[in-house]
Design a protein around this ligand. Structure first.
Ligand code: C2E
Ligand code: CA
Ligand code: CA
Length: 558
């Protein structure tokens, strides 16, 4: 017997079985075949039993490591038991008619058998554990399975794959129509057929309910999409029902810089969101979505000047209330774009306008409308409150921003104390200096300056120490939730922030106040001014005028 070859192969086998980055099972089998030759083994069989009952019934999983097909006249076997009734057995056969194994060969064979048993039990055990953690209670692969598959494949191997997020259409109707039991069968069959359509290595994993994610090779995408668009699924006796889905797809190609499973998941989720939102089809590719967004942005950019000219953009007013006495003390002006098919909210167009100086045109437009309204209110003899106007960070590069603001206010003869300017935090030192100059300039003119969304960005305390703001608007993310205890981090921070701001002599407005309980907390924390849905949403001018005339918000006592 070739000693050297034996040791070489044994070492290779041990290494192949303990590979860190996934075991190459073909390689393991190839080495085993070499060893069988060296050790004059004509056949090797391993059985794995996941319970005692399975072993008694002789119904384990069988792995044939090698089989030369020759007759055998003797065999050696070995067996291992593990906790939980799991066991493995290995049996190797000696070829009939040749010289029997000597003692050394027998001991070498036993060594190899132990290695094989250990290896198989370990990988089978992993498999079992995987089956338990990677599947939901109905046996569908779960989200964890999807994520770990992506992570396992990593950058290179994912190229030319498609990741898909889909939801079965009208499945609740199917449920009602054919009953729970049959629709479970239908769902199972549909998912199995999709996984099959996806080719070798494709997986379909359930997120919950009728929501799924899938990964497959792009070569099979055509067939998969066909199934997503609709597939007749048999059930009961000779009946069929067509199942289809809404889907978001991301094609992973060479140019994609892999950045972990989360990024891919985010992409299919947002493409799916676009598909669900309708109007662009039931299947949306992530790249299409970028195009849709670009088109939307282009449309906004194109329509914006016309909207300004035609006054399609209206100013709404959201009241600010003194929570101690329920009196209206001010309002924030917010834009609403009235288009033919409904009102567009700022979150849909402000980010686009902020890409260019268009946002500045909007802000001056809003300021002008506010001044015009205040002027009218004063002429009508109304008791006017201070109105705040948002001025985007983009204005920071304008040389004459202060004069521009003053020009508009003075053009409408609005007393300066009725105007407040809301500015957001800045990120650079240069902007910080400019911001400080603007705020100081505004104050010299008797115009109020407020820092908006305080606490939301990476705001530092320098911002409120070094710039003489009149008002600090505490972002809604700091407002204690109803369910939160007074000791929670948010409550403690909120309370101390309000205290600090009051001690510094700043007015503090709390944004996003939605419930009675929050108002109660605000009062107990000494916070004075609130703005939020609890009191009012942003209101059209005529509605706001009613509030202004009424002044007082009656206490809701239930
Ligand atoms: P913002 O300045 O923080 O304005 C407050 C936003 O919070 C408003 O959204 C308001 O409707 C909303 N809000 C008020 N109370 C509550 C509440 O209780 N709960 C919740 N969840 N939200 C509440 P809106 O009007 O959609 O405006 C969004 C953002 O768009 C504004 O955030 C502001 O940054 C920007 N924006 C709106 N109009 C203008 C404008 O004319 N110029 C500029 N530069 N930005 C504007
Ligand atoms: Ca604001
Ligand atoms: Ca805000």
């Amino acid at each position: 017997m070739d000693d050297l070859a034996y040791y070489e192969n044994l070492e290779k086998l041990a290494n192949a079985m303990t590979e860190h980055t996934g075991v190459d099972i073909d390689q393991v089998y190839a080495i085993l075949r070499n060893l069988c030759g060296i050790l004059r083994v004509c056949k090797g069989v391993t059985e794995f039993f996941s319970s005692e009952a399975q072993e008694r019934a002789g119904k384990g999983e069988t792995f044939v490591c090698y089989d030369s097909g020759s007759e055998s006249d003797m065999s050696i076997s070995d067996r291992t038991t593990m906790p939980g009734g799991i066991s493995a057995r290995c049996q190797v056969y000696h070829e009939a008619g040749i010289e029997p194994w000597n003692e050394q060969e027998k001991s070498r064979i036993t060594t190899v058998m132990r290695l094989v048993i250990g290896f198989l039990s370990r990988s089978r055990l992993n498999h079992l554990v995987e089956r338990l953690t990677m599947h939901d209670e109905q046996g569908y692969k779960n989200f964890l399975c999807f994520k770990s598959r992506i992570a396992q494949m990593g950058g290179e191997k994912l190229i030319h794959h498609a990741a898909i997020r889909f939801n079965l259409k009208h499945f609740s109707v199917i449920n009602e129509e054919i009953g729970r039991e049959d629709s479970n069968v239908v769902m199972r069959r549909y998912i199995d057929s999709l996984e099959e359509a996806g080719g070798e290595g494709a997986i379909v994993c359930r997120l919950g309910g009728d929501n799924y994610v899938m990964l497959c090779d792009q070569d099979y995408l055509g067939v998969v999409i066909g199934q997503i668009e609709g597939a007749p699924i048999p059930f009961g006796e000779n009946e069929r029902i067509t199942v289809s889905a809404t889907a978001g797809i991301f094609l992973i190609n060479e140019d994609y810089g892999y950045n972990g499973p989360e990024d891919i998941i985010e992409r299919i989720m947002s493409a799916y969101g676009a598909a669900k939102a309708g109007s662009n089809g039931d299947i949306i590719f992530f790249n299409d979505m970028l195009r849709i967004n670009r088109d939307k942005a282009a449309r906004i950019k194109k329509l914006f000047p016309i909207a300004l000219k035609n006054e399609e953009i209206q100013v709404y007013y959201q009241p600010k209330i003194n929570v101690q006495n329920n009196m209206l003390i001010g309002a924030e002006a917010l834009s609403r774009w009235h288009q033919d098919d409904g009102i567009v909210l700022p979150d849909d167009f402000i980010p686009v306008l902020e890409q260019s100086m268009d946002i500045c045109r909007l802000d001056y437009y809003v300021l002008e409308h506010v001044c015009r309204d205040i002027n009218r209110w004063l002429n009508e003899g109304r008791q006017v409150v201070r109105i705040s106007v948002n001025i985007s960070r983009r204005h920071m590069i304008e040389e004459d921003i202060l004069y521009h603001i003053l020009d508009i206010i003075d053009m409408y003869d609005v007393p300066h104390e009725y105007i407040e300017i809301e500015l957001t935090e800045t990120t650079t030192d240069v902007e910080f200096k400019k911001l400080k100059d603007i705020v100081t300039g505004l104050q010299e003119e008797g115009i109020f300056a407020a820092v908006d969304d305080f606490g939301m960005g990476y705001s530092s305390l320098n911002l409120i120490r070094d710039i003489p703001w009149n008002v600090i608007k505490v972002d809604k993310c700091f407002v204690p939730l109803d369910t939160e205890k007074d000791e929670s981090a948010r409550s403690v921070m909120f309370k101390n922030m309000v205290n600090m701001l009051h001690e510094m002599g700043r007015e503090c407005v709390t944004e996003g106040v939605e419930t009675k309980e929050q108002v109660r907390k605000l009062r107990s924390h000494g916070s004075v001014v609130a703005q939020g849905y609890y009191y009012d949403r942003p209101l059209p001018t005529s509605e706001f005028e009613k509030r202004m005339d009424m002044r007082y918000y009656p206490e809701d006592n239930d």
